[in-house]
Design a protein around this ligand. Structure first.
Ligand code: NI
Length: 193
């Protein structure tokens, strides 16, 4: 089932999401719905708060990045199969030189801005079977995780922009919250006053 994606302005996007436990009601259905929703919107990542659930869960499928011919073959091969579910994820280490990339977000349609993030992370998380994992990620895989992980802490990529840039986007952001967007996927709006 395709779920409406919460637009900028929805208070759920500002909440710190809560850990979940094995047996969380409706979890496998929610994960399936989130994949359907993300693919419909042509996204590479989707966090549970974006569909109104304030729980520590996000999904990724970064295979579209594997088409990027500017990337090293090794990274493209990794991204091709980088489709995973992350439950209770926590970034425990972040390292390397911050590098810029123009990011977007399904909750903020029509806005893309350059965001700097560190190159490498170590992430701890659980999979759908609540098995523990710890792994190092870098490059685009790290970036997608950092972006989605921020959603679980109630943060959006625009929060990382310089104050002046953020101020310039204010009107556009208010418009989005009021439903003035040409996003081609289903959304739910909470207008900012
Ligand atoms: Ni996002």
């Amino acid at each position: 089932m395709i779920l409406p994606i919460r637009a900028f302005g929805d208070p759920v996007l500002k909440k710190v999401a809560k850990d979940i436990e094995k047996g969380h009601p409706g979890l496998s259905e929610l994960i399936a719905d989130m994949y359907e929703t993300m693919y419909e919107a042509s996204g590479v990542g989707l966090a549970a708060p974006q569909v109104g659930k304030s729980i520590r869960l996000f999904i990724v499928d970064a295979s579209p990045f594997a088409e990027d011919e500017e990337l090293e073959q090794e990274e493209r091969d990794f991204l091709k199969t980088f489709k995973r579910v992350f439950i209770n994820p926590y970034i425990v280490e972040e390292d390397g030189e911050p590098w810029p990339f123009e990011e977007g977000c399904l909750s903020i349609p029509g806005i893309r801005e350059e965001v700097k993030r560190q190159e490498t992370i170590v992430l701890q998380w659980q999979d759908e079977k609540f098995k523990e994992h710890e792994e190092e990620f870098s490059g685009f895989a790290a970036r997608v995780i950092q972006h989605e992980h921020d959603h679980l802490d109630g943060k959006l990529f625009i929060d990382k922009l310089p104050v002046l840039r953020r101020t310039m986007l204010k009107g556009k952001l208010r418009d989005i919250s009021q439903g003035k967007t040409d996003a081609k996927y289903k959304m739910r709006f909470t207008p900012l006053k």
